[in-house]
Ligand binder design. Structure first.
Ligand code: DLL
Length: 446
């Protein structure tokens, strides 16, 4: 009895950005989801030939969606579908209604492009404001946003949410560590937003430059865009003297602000009034019950420019629907523990080995036999690419080798947006596999 009294008292102190949605009873939430799903299906059926064809092939018309159980009858959407319809083929509105584009890595040369209407930007800003409030933020905060600005959704997504909340945003973007530390002290930054690995690096640099985190005003860190662990949370909280919380999202669905961890630290609440989350068996595609690990699949419910139906995120996680102490009724997803494909996240950048393969194929002097060796040097990810030289190029002329190395490094930087060390190796020295080629040696411990 006393316990419930205490819990209720705690909850009444909770601040929400959109309480009516965040604490909505599950039955009402289900009604809202169904209504929005029906609208979304109608929108894509009427406006996106790709979806109309896929739905017709599955024998489904918009009027057939009568309950949320009908969701599992709908076909999946994959990154390949976005690629096949590059760049704007899955947009459900004319281009004059699209006010913003972002993009993320495709599996090969071309990126995956996403678009937003003015309303989509409002929705996204609200979701991000909601995430900041969930973390304990308010308009009094100074948010140092060290996620990259640009085509990546991290920078602008967090930025608009922080402004919507009325907080003060410092749009510093990633990198330039000494300036980050200077402004953090001078401006009295209270919320730091960046990838967890960069946050750890900032923490190390504080030690190296004699900055005492106890003297800073930092109190909350909102870290995501790559996998991290409880061990890293402990390190980050100790080094930076703040509460470290996880945030999840992906460009194809909206960007950051699909799910956010509350201070209970028991997983990230999925913003279910805007997205339906399912877990499926990645092999069979069959939906799995709450509590079982599998691939996260997301359907958007409110997006206009790029509604997305049953998007296969390739992220492995578990959904939990037990009650949360914060009073929110949205289900939670646990940390992402892996992927069903070979995508790597290196210094916050999504990298597919196939992108590197296509660069190597452009260069006639190398073989498409390669190995990506990923490690963490100190707190930063390090990528070394072992590349096999072709017989024809193999030479002992140091200058020619150095030149090739330089050209490869530059090309990889321009295609993938990431710097890597290149190690050229003799023909036939990278181990061949009889089954699936092993392209990646990931030695990072997170
Ligand atoms: O990473 C969006 C984002 C920006 C999320 C800032 C959080 C903060 P993409 O570049 O499209 O979008 O990459 C999406 O990153 O499928 C996951 O594999 C991974 N990812 C994102 N958040 C997390 C997280 C942004 N909290 C891909 N934990 C996703 C683990 C994450 N992996």
């Amino acid at each position: 009895m006393l316990f419930f009294f205490k819990l209720n008292r705690e909850r009444s102190k909770q601040v929400y950005w959109q309480k009516e949605y965040e604490t909505m009873p599950r039955e009402r939430l289900a009604d809202l989801q169904l209504e929005r799903l029906q609208q979304t299906i109608k929108r894509v059926y009427d406006n996106v030939p790709f979806y109309r064809n896929k739905l017709s092939e599955a024998g489904i018309e918009p009027g057939d969606i009568k309950s949320l159980d009908d969701l599992s009858r709908l076909p999946f959407t994959t990154k390949q579908d976005l690629r096949d319809n590059y760049p704007f083929g899955l947009f459900a509105v004319p281009m004059e209604e699209v006010v913003r584009l972002h993009a993320s890595s495709g599996t090969t040369g071309k990126p995956t492009v996403v678009g937003y209407t003015r309303n989509d930007i409002v929705t996204w800003s609200d979701l991000m404001a909601r995430a900041l409030v969930m973390a304990g933020g308010s308009k009094k905060d100074i948010v140092q946003n060290a996620y990259g600005y640009g085509l990546f959704t991290g920078g602008m997504g967090i930025h608009y949410g922080a402004e919507r909340l009325g907080a003060t945003v410092v749009p510093i973007s990633g990198g330039n560590t000494s300036r980050q530390l200077m402004l953090m002290q001078d401006f009295g930054t209270t919320i730091l937003t960046c990838t967890p690995s960069y946050a750890l690096y900032l923490g190390e640099e504080m030690v190296n430059t004699g900055i005492d985190p106890a003297k800073l005003k930092l109190r909350i860190g909102i870290f995501g865009a790559e996998p991290w662990s409880e061990r890293m949370r402990n390190q980050l909280e100790a080094k930076l003297n703040l509460t470290a919380l996880d945030i999840y999202g992906l460009s194809e669905v909206i960007g950051p602000g699909v799910a956010m961890e509350c201070p209970e630290k028991k997983g990230m609440h999925i913003f279910e009034d805007n997205f339906i989350a399912e877990i499926i068996d990645p092999e069979t595609g069959q939906p799995l019950p709450y509590g079982q690990p599998g691939e996260l699949v997301i359907t958007s419910l409110t997006k206009e420019a790029l509604p997305i139906i049953r998007y296969r995120t390739r992220d492995i996680t578990v959904l939990k629907d037990d009650e949360c102490g914060c009073g929110r009724t949205f289900v939670r997803m646990e940390r992402v523990t892996g992927r069903t494909d070979d995508m790597l996240i290196i210094r916050g950048v999504n990298v597919f080995p196939s992108q590197i393969e296509s660069v190597l194929l452009e260069f006639g002097d190398t073989e498409p036999h390669y190995l990506l060796v990923v490690d963490r040097k100190g707190t930063l990810d390090d990528l070394e690419i072992w590349v096999e030289l072709s017989d024809k190029f193999f030479s002992d002329k140091v200058r020619a080798l150095e030149d090739l190395e330089k050209r490869l490094r530059a090309r990889i930087l321009s295609v993938l947006g990431i710097s890597a060390r290149i190690k050229l190796v003799e023909p036939r020295t990278i181990p061949r596999s009889e089954g699936k080629a092993k392209r990646v040696l990931d030695k990072r411990e997170i």
